[in-house]
Every structure is written in C-alpha cells, then in structure tokens.
Design a protein around this ligand. Structure first.
Ligand SMILES: Cc1cc2nc3c(=O)[nH]c(=O)nc-3n(C[C@H](O)[C@H](O)[C@H](O)COP(=O)(O)OP(=O)(O)OC[C@H]3O[C@@H](n4cnc5c(N)ncnc54)[C@H](O)[C@@H]3O)c2cc1C
Length: 381
C-alpha cells in the first residue's frame, strides 16, 4: 500500500497550495462576519480545475483518480483559509457531482457536468427535512407520477449551497409504504416552477458557505430528470454519503498541517517566564498530540481515497474517516486557539473561525453519534 503522492501528485499539490494561498484568502474576516459566499473565488477554483477533478475529461473534468483528488483537497485546505468555500466546493463535489458521474445518463451528464466543472453551475444535494435529519429515511417529500412528469411536494432544510444553486438533487418518496424502495432522486434546475429557496438565518460557522431551505410546491419534474431510476434513490444516496464521508474531511488534513506549523512557529517565538512557551512541557505535548492527530487523519483520508479508487471502500471505512477527522480537526482547532492565548481569541487571528467551522463537521454528512452507530452496527453484525 502506498498512499503517498508520487512526483507528479506532489507537484500538483504544490501548485494547488500556491494557487489557494495567493487567490482565495482576501478579506476573509470581513466575508466571514458578513456571511457572504464569494462567487469569484468559486470561479477561480473552477478555472484551476478543482470542481471537476475526478470528473471524466469528456464532461469537462480533469479525469483524476480519487487519491489525487484527496491529495489536492489536502493542499487546498492547507493554502485556503476559507473553510466555508472549501465546504461548499466539497459538498458539490461529493454529493452532487459524483452521483451524477455514477448514476446520470448521457443526456444528464452532458447537460450538467460541464457547467459544474467550469464553475458556471453550482449544485446542491437535498435530503434533510424538518422531521427527517439523522433518520433521513423518514423524509416525507413526495413525488407523484402524473403523465410524463412527477409532481413533488415537500420542504428540505439545512441544504448547503441552496440559495446560490443552479441545480438541486432532491430526494423524494414515491410511496412511503414502500420504505427505502420508494426513494427516488430528481435533478431539478433552478427556475423550475414550484421550486423556491431561502437562506437560513445566521449560523455559527462555515459562514461563507450558503445554507438554506428548498421548498417544492406542486413542482413538476420530467421523468427524464430522475437520477438513476424510480425507486433507486437509496443507491444514489448511499453512494453520495460513502464518497462524501470519505472525502469531505481531506481538506481538514491540510488545515491541521497549516495550524500545526503556525503553532510550532508561534510557541517557539512567544516568550513567557523568560523563555519560549514551547519549552514548557504542557505546550510541547499539545504540539505532539496535534502531530499524532494530523498523521493519523492523513493516513485515514488517503487510505479511504485509495480504497475508493479500487472499488473497495465500504460504509465503515467512510464513517471511520469522517468521525476521526471531524473530532481531530475540532480538537486541533481548539488546541491552536489555546496555544495562542488571548491573541487566539481575537477574530482577526482567524483561529476562532476554525473552531466554529470545525464544529459543523460533527453534524453535517451524519453526526458523530451516527458515524459511531454505523461503525458499531457493522462490528456487531
Ligand atoms: C453545515 C451543515 C451543512 C449541511 N448540509 C446539508 C446538505 O447539503 N444537504 C442535506 O440534505 N443536509 C445537510 N445538512 C443537514 C445534516 O445532514 C443534518 O443536520 C444532520 O444529519 C443531523 O440531523 P438533524 O439536524 O435533524 O439532527 P437530529 O437528527 O435531530 O439529531 C439531534 C441530535 O440527536 C442525535 N441523534 C439522533 N438520532 C440518534 C441516534 N439514533 N443515536 C444517537 N444519537 C442520535 C444526533 O447525533 C444529534 O446530536 C447540513 C447540516 C449542517 C450543520
């Protein structure tokens, strides 16, 4: 097993890191405070090729494997300090782009993937509802066949990219009595009559990533816009969650590397009691713990991508990565803030923003409790 970058991947990582550092970090404190999504940064990422990394070249992508994609996301997380932008990009990549690559028919791929790669289309994945969160299969959004279209009714909440999205992958049930066998995924472009979106009220972190509601009121969708097949929504959903849980935290590895480097430099520079604070064991052991978390998380993220490339990634592996890195990123963000003392508590340092952003990772894509439940279920089968 070799999860390390080869020479070409290492050079690509360098170029992503340089691009991200120089092109994505302007006025981040202001944008975070205002809660604004920066479409121009999104377009710069797309011009660089990030949104289309694992998409086949014939649809405008880069044709990269998933390990190369994960390595690029690590580098993005190291160079880009905008956790919201990274989150929006990864949400689209893993839960909208990849399901389209896997389950879309030729016409659907031709229609949507080139725009999702070149940045002109933003996509959202809409499952969660007011009464269906962790228990996603309790969703009640309905789809009724009427002639050559389905009529959808329901409300989705906490949907990443909702207010800026041009395309929604919406999960609905054909008949609740069928259970998961009634679940169906629909591709619904913005502007479809009956589909409306609204921005969520203020949120704690990931503030540069839009989050909102999607409401469907007698929303008519052609049978041609079913993703996969009627009743095959569970496969689409599980595939999206598998890749998202495996891939969405790769960027956190890069962020943890950057913060560790900063902590080493800061604690070596900052003097108290007549010497650098790094000389105090309580401080240096915190650095050591951050290093261990970083390297364990790096291995898990790369291994998951490597397994996915081989078609061997399973739900337990994906949950292990998601759970470990969510918790590790949060702990290392808290440690970073603590090691910077009062300065770390100030918004301008950008360290409290990491803590706010990191807490989101324990909730989105399945909470940490639900990841533990998935892991335990598979252990106890
Ligand atoms: C930043 C962010 C982005 C998101 N983006 C999207 C998106 O793009 N698309 C989308 O569809 N959804 C999205 N979500 C929604 C997210 O998937 C849900 O918030 C999450 O699955 C939890 O559901 P809930 O909020 O209803 O909490 P609940 O399910 O009500 O859970 C509340 C608490 O109870 C615990 N709990 C519930 N059931 C169990 C159980 N069986 N065992 C143990 N503990 C349990 C949970 O772990 C949690 O701590 C996003 C959420 C956030 C915060």
């Amino acid at each position: 097993m070799d999860f390390g970058p080869n020479a070409e991947q290492a050079a690509f990582q360098d170029s992503v890191r340089r691009f991200a550092t120089s092109c994505l970090n302007d006025d981040l404190v202001g944008r975070d405070r205002a809660g604004t999504f920066d479409r121009s940064s999104w377009e710069r990422c797309a011009s660089f090729g990030l949104q289309g990394l694992p998409v086949p070249r014939e649809y405008g992508g880069q044709g990269a494997d998933l390990l190369t994609t994960a390595l690029a996301m690590e580098a993005l997380g190291e160079g880009c300090w905008d956790g919201g932008l990274i989150f929006s990009l990864n949400a689209q990549l893993w839960s909208a782009t990849m399901p389209l690559v896997e389950y879309g028919d030729d016409k659907q791929k031709d229609t949507y993937l080139p725009g999702m790669c070149d940045g002109s289309l933003i996509a959202a994945h809409a499952v969660t509802e007011p009464e269906a969160g962790s228990d996603a299969m309790a969703l009640t959004t309905s789809a009724r066949l009427d002639g050559d279209s389905y009529v959808l009714n329901g409300t989705k909440q906490f949907i990443t990219n909702a207010s800026v999205a041009d395309l929604f992958i919406v999960f609905a049930t054909l008949d609740r009595a069928l259970g998961w066998a009634g679940l169906t995924a629909f591709l619904i472009p913005k502007g479809t009559p009956g589909l409306t979106t609204s921005q969520a009220s203020d949120k704690m972190g990931l503030r540069t990533s839009p989050l909102g509601e999607v409401t469907l009121t007698d929303c008519r969708v052609s049978v041609d816009e079913v993703l996969g097949a009627p009743g095959a929504g569970m496969a689409v959903f599980e595939h999206a969650m598998l890749l998202e849980r495996a891939g969405i935290m790769a960027a956190a590895v890069g962020a943890m590397q950057r913060r560790l480097d900063e902590c080493v430099a800061y604690t070596s520079r900052r003097r108290q009691f007549g010497r650098p604070i790094a000389g105090f064991q309580a401080v240096s052991h915190t650095l050591a713990d951050m290093k261990v978390r970083l390297e364990a998380g790096r291995l898990l993220a790369r291994r998951a991508a490597w397994l996915a490339d081989r078609g061997e990634l399973d739900a337990m592996d994906a949950s292990v990565v998601k759970l470990y890195l969510s918790e590790a990123y949060l702990q290392s963000s808290l440690d970073t803030l603590q090691l910077h003392g009062g300065y770390g508590y100030m918004a301008e340092a950008g360290l409290e923003r990491d803590v706010r952003d990191a807490i989101g990772a324990r909730i989105y894509s399945g909470t940490s409790q639900m990841q533990r439940t998935i892991i335990a279920d598979r252990l106890l089968r």
